[in-house]
Design a protein around this ligand. Structure first.
Ligand code: UT7
Length: 326
């Protein structure tokens, strides 16, 4: 298949950044208080550690740190940002949006700023909205962030979930450019709200009036994830006019190493082209894709000219994917 052709206004990725809480918790440390073992967690998930937010660390503080680093990497002054879209399911306050906290901390006097709630695929949703606004002319320089503190909605007595998640934030800077095939080439999003009970939080503002705890039927989520992710990867590559063989890097949502492997296998993608950070970060929900992207940019794997595919699936269910040329 031939690549997308023709000069057009696209959202080009200028820089990435990420932030993690100070405290790293190994499987062994977790096993001191939870009925689990390093062996079980590594074998079933590939996770070896996660970062847990402490005193003074929130979704907002992590998002601000990741954003500053992304702006530095992009060489873009904060004042030039005219759009902030932040994906989270664990905001600092019920309202206002965490995006406005980021705006204030970065000292941006005026811009569009709002949060997107699509849980683990939130970053793909945020990226797609920002891409549409940049291409459509409503924005020129966008900060797109995924930031979470899932440790605060964990049931620390439920070993089937609490070993899987961690906290963190990732951010990217996008800018409108007239280009032939750089930037975001295609995005695809989906939702199927019939699966609410497979992955949800058992509390909320207008129901229990409490924050609630995360509940998951892991095996069923696993099965849906592999099917939905391989389908949306094919769909988005098709939309961008590319084959799986054209892809330099897949940056997937980091939920379980076995999901990453099974999805790559279904598409015939060699495992060495898949960026894996689940071992170090665990599942950081909306933060996981931009966190993993930042790791791969900073260590030199993802570089200018590469064709990169991002994908994620999570509660809702919601899922999505994006193809971009760096
Ligand atoms: O980001 C949103 C998307 N989320 C996901 O994609 C998560 C998808 N699901 C998964 O990653 C996997 O299903 C899990 C990692 C959650 C679970 O792995 P599994 O291989 O499906 O295990 P299982 O649920 O079938 O449990 C197997 C056994 C059970 O014991 P019995 O009934 O066989 O005696 C569990 O009680 O493992 C037990 N178990 C544990 N043992 C030690 C469950 N959690 C633990 C644990 N430590 N932490």
């Amino acid at each position: 298949m031939s690549a997308v052709r023709g000069l057009s206004r696209r959202a080009v990725l200028l820089g990435t950044g990420s932030a993690l809480p100070r405290r790293r918790v190994s499987n062994a440390e977790l096993a001191e208080t939870v009925d689990t073992s390093d062996e079980w967690i590594v074998e079933r998930t590939g996770i070896r550690s996660r970062y847990i937010a402490g005193e003074g660390e929130t979704t907002g503080t992590l998002a601000v740190e990741a954003s500053r680093r992304a702006l530095d990497a992009a060489g873009v002054p904060a004042a030039e940002v005219d759009l902030i879209v932040l994906a989270t399911a664990t905001p600092d306050q019920t309202f206002p949006a965490v995006a406005t906290i980021v705006q204030a901390k970065l000292g941006i006097p005026d811009c569009v700023a709002f949060d997107v709630a699509a849980v683990c695929s939130g970053f793909l949703y945020a990226l797609t909205v920002a891409d549409s606004m940049v291409r459509g002319g409503a924005a020129r320089t966008a900060l797109v962030i995924g930031a979470e503190t899932f440790s605060r909605i964990m049931d620390w007595e439920d070993r089937t979930t609490c070993v899987l998640f961690g906290d963190g934030a990732g951010a990217v800077v996008l800018r409108a450019e007239e280009t032939e095939d750089r930037g975001i080439l295609a995005t695809r999003l989906h939702a199927d709200g019939r699966h609410n009970e497979l992955l949800f939080v058992d509390g909320g503002v207008s129901t229990t009036g409490t924050i609630g705890k995360l509940r998951m039927r892991g095996q069923e989520v696993f099965r849906h994830a592999v099917v939905n992710l391989s389908a949306v990867l094919r769909e988005v590559l098709d939309a961008a006019g590319h084959d799986p063989s054209d892809v330099d890097w897949v940056v997937p949502h980091q939920a379980n190493k076995r999901i990453l492997d099974a999805t790559a296998r279904k598409l015939g993608l060699p495992p060495e082209r898949v960026v894996v950070t689940v071992d170090e970060h665990a599942n950081t929900s909306a933060a996981s894709v931009p966190l993993a992207l930042d790791v791969a940019v900073k260590d030199g794997r993802v570089k200018r000219g590469d064709l990169v595919v991002l994908e994620a699936m999570g509660g809702g269910f919601t899922w999505g994917a994006a193809v971009l040329r760096i």
